[in-house]
Write a protein of this length. Structure first.
Length: 221
């Protein structure tokens, strides 16, 4: 739970399928290296996890990307440095939850906003110990909203902002191709592809769409 991605959060854990929960880390627990903030959390297994922090609109931390990692199931956390794009001095960044495809390979989407709306994918090949940049996408939309999904380490989709722009990569983020959907889709909150062709998209007003051709044509279901 958290009041925002730049505010303090608490992490709870269950070992009986959700019947009982106990606090592992969080604000006010007086433990060293506790969870520093709430954000998009991801656990690869029972001990390895990550959470990211978004910077605020007033430009705090303009040249930092805040990603923290745990190796003990969330009891302690430590900061990981991400290489910051040299040509992007954004005062608003949003670190999405990483996604892993095995114990070594994973992706970490990051959205930048103002002075230019951009998106960059970071990849890891060593289980999240280090991350490296891929190609940045500029002018992805009118806002910072971003929905990202990967079917495997090579095939991914990114839906950006309020301009109904959809991008696809087949090489793990090295290059992206823009797809123009048949209908105007805005306020996208989630997107997921189950095959190279079949995907689903959910909007903030709870409209669900489906594509069977890789994202070119969508129908509401």
């Amino acid at each position: 739970m958290s009041g925002g991605h730049s505010q303090s959060g608490e992490l709870f854990h269950t070992e009986d399928g959700g019947m009982h929960w106990f606090e592992v880390s969080g604000y006010g627990t007086n433990r060293p290296n506790q969870l520093p903030f709430g954000g998009s959390n991801y656990f690869r297994d029972t001990v390895h996890g990550w959470t990211g922090r978004s910077s605020d609109q007033w430009g705090n931390y303009p040249d930092n990307l805040w990603l923290v990692k745990t190796r003990d199931g969330g009891k302690t956390w430590f900061h990981q440095n991400l290489p910051f794009p040299e040509d992007c001095k954004s005062n608003w960044k949003f670190i999405h939850a990483p996604q892993f495809f095995d114990t070594k390979n994973g992706v970490l989407p990051v959205t930048f906003s103002h002075p230019k709306n951009a998106f960059m994918l970071y990849i890891t090949e060593d289980g999240g110990e280090t991350w490296k940049q891929t190609k940045m996408l500029d002018n992805i939309g009118d806002g910072y909203a971003m929905a990202v999904t990967f079917k495997d380490r090579n095939h991914g989709w990114a839906f950006g902002g309020d301009r109904s722009k959809l991008y696809k990569t087949t090489d793990g983020g090295t290059s992206w191709a823009e797809i123009t959907p048949n209908i105007y889709l805005t306020n996208t909150s989630q997107i997921q592809f189950v095959t190279d062709k079949i995907g689903f998209l959910l909007t903030n007003n709870n409209h669900l769409y489906k594509t069977i051709d890789g994202g070119e044509n969508w129908v509401q279901i």
